[in-house]
Design a protein. Structure first.
Length: 447
């Protein structure tokens, strides 16, 4: 057993798989066994493994400038170039960008920026943030407070109330609907619940509403049609910012540059990105805000003498160089349109599992999806989480890496460079794994 404390792991069971190398959409363990990486690592290795252009970009940057910080106005050209490229891509008006190292710290930064901004404009009471149940926004103390998953809260004594984090409904029709309720009725009900929460708490105390356009770790929840349009209209009515967490859905994952565009979210006020920004070759994130939010912070920082926030590795030149090359490849190779086309194929293939005895719901958009496993298809009764983990291990046994999420579902998130033949390979391995799982639950009398 290693001395490593493993992240998001059952510490009693410990190590499960030692990855030795990767190439394209495949990784290989220390025994030489090949696995199709159906999760793009952790929703992030968009261009696959061993990409020669990313390796060359990293090598060149290390040879020229291996490190330089951005404190005190020091800068470097590759960082400025990346910021301008992002500004040209994102649907945030007059975007200004703060670089970090992970999606968690990007969301942590956004909380601090919200506090700073509302203090700057004389509204210090406007500090609460509405997050949703079954959401995932990170794992630092502050971003974990935004996250709406019990496993990320239990035993950590997080200061949820102190940070002013409020919780509203998850937009998951399959799990959240009432008897006889249509999707439209479900949407109206949970949006009304959101409005009642806003009124109860007082709109003048609420800074922002945060949402992943399509969720990831909470089960790849795709909200019903019209949900975001109604939510955004309400937020504008009460002068509350819309904050898009695009850490997973950004950069082509849903078939558009950003999940906002796929899901009908118009011009978010804040946006957080990471993961596919550099194809995960080097850690980097971006906390992106509207230009007027940035403008309001300038004079207060002048009065104090410094904007007192930053990380040692903010705008690390190596990360910036790899991210810039990644964005160049996306654009040059028309990757987002290809992801849309392959995403349609992936969704069609996933839909073929709808009739499987273990599958209660199939959901997704583009190259992200999930199969929800249930003990009873008629009622949607869930299995114990151990069944989904069995299915995940069965996939691994057949040479496919997927991820059990939210205790109910198998998630799919292959690299954007996946081919139709490789999607077919995924489906063949999943079919075998589900058959193994069906045999297991039958033998154990779990269904």
């Amino acid at each position: 057993m290693s001395t490593i404390i493993y992240p998001t792991t059952n510490l009693k069971t410990g190590e499960n798989l030692t990855i030795a190398r990767g190439d394209g959409v495949y990784v290989y363990d220390d025994q030489g066994k090949q696995y199709l990486e159906g999760m793009a690592g952790l929703w992030c290795t968009s261009l696959g493994y061993n990409h020669p252009e990313l390796i060359a970009a990293a090598t060149e940057q290390l040879q020229n400038l291996s490190y330089s910080h951005m404190f005190g106005g020091k800068t470097h050209q590759v960082g400025k170039d990346l910021a301008e490229k992002l500004k040209s891509m994102v649907p945030v008006k007059d975007a200004h960008i703060f670089f970090g190292n992970s999606g968690s710290d990007a969301n942590d930064t956004q909380i601090k920026i919200l506090h700073y901004y509302f203090n700057a404009i004389g509204k210090p009471q406007k500090r609460k943030i509405i997050a949703r149940q079954r959401s995932y926004h990170g794992i630092t103390v502050a971003s974990a407070c935004l996250t709406g998953l019990e496993v990320n809260h239990t035993n950590f004594d997080l200061p949820v109330d102190a940070l002013g984090v409020l919780r509203t409904d998850a937009p998951h029709y399959y799990r959240g609907r009432q008897d006889g309720e249509t999707e439209a009725q479900f949407t109206d009900r949970i949006v009304n619940n959101l409005e009642q929460l806003i009124l109860k708490e007082d709109p003048d105390t609420i800074a922002a509403f945060i949402a992943e356009p399509i969720t990831g770790a909470s089960g790849v929840i795709v909200p019903p049609a019209g949900y975001y349009e109604k939510v955004q209209a309400m937020l504008k009515k009460y002068d509350i910012f819309f904050w898009a967490d695009e850490v997973i859905t950004g950069f082509g994952r849903t078939g558009n540059a950003f999940g906002c565009q796929t899901m009908g979210i118009d011009a978010p006020d804040l946006m957080s990105t990471a993961k596919q920004m550099s194809s995960a070759y080097v850690p980097i994130s971006a906390a992106i805000v509207r230009g007027d939010i940035y403008d309001a912070m300038v004079e207060p920082s002048n009065k104090i003498g410094v904007f007192g926030h930053g990380y040692t590795y903010s705008g690390h030149p190596l990360a910036c160089a790899v991210a810039l090359k990644t964005l160049e490849i996306y654009e040059r190779d028309n990757m987002f349109a290809k992801a849309a086309e392959l995403g349609d194929y992936l969704q069609a293939q996933l839909a073929t599992f709808a009739d499987h005895p273990l599958v209660g719901e199939v959901r997704g958009r583009g190259l992200i999806g999930a199969l929800e496993l249930v003990a009873d298809k008629a009622t949607g009764k869930p299995f114990p989480a151990s069944v989904v983990y069995f299915a995940q291990q069965a996939c691994q046994n057949h040479g496919l890496i997927l991820r059990a999420v939210a205790g109910t579902s198998l998630a799919f998130c292959p690299p954007l460079i996946i081919t139709r033949a490789q999607i077919d390979e995924i489906m063949d391995k999943v079919r075998k794994a589900l058959d193994d799982t069906l045999a297991f639950v039958t033998a154990e009398k779990l269904a």
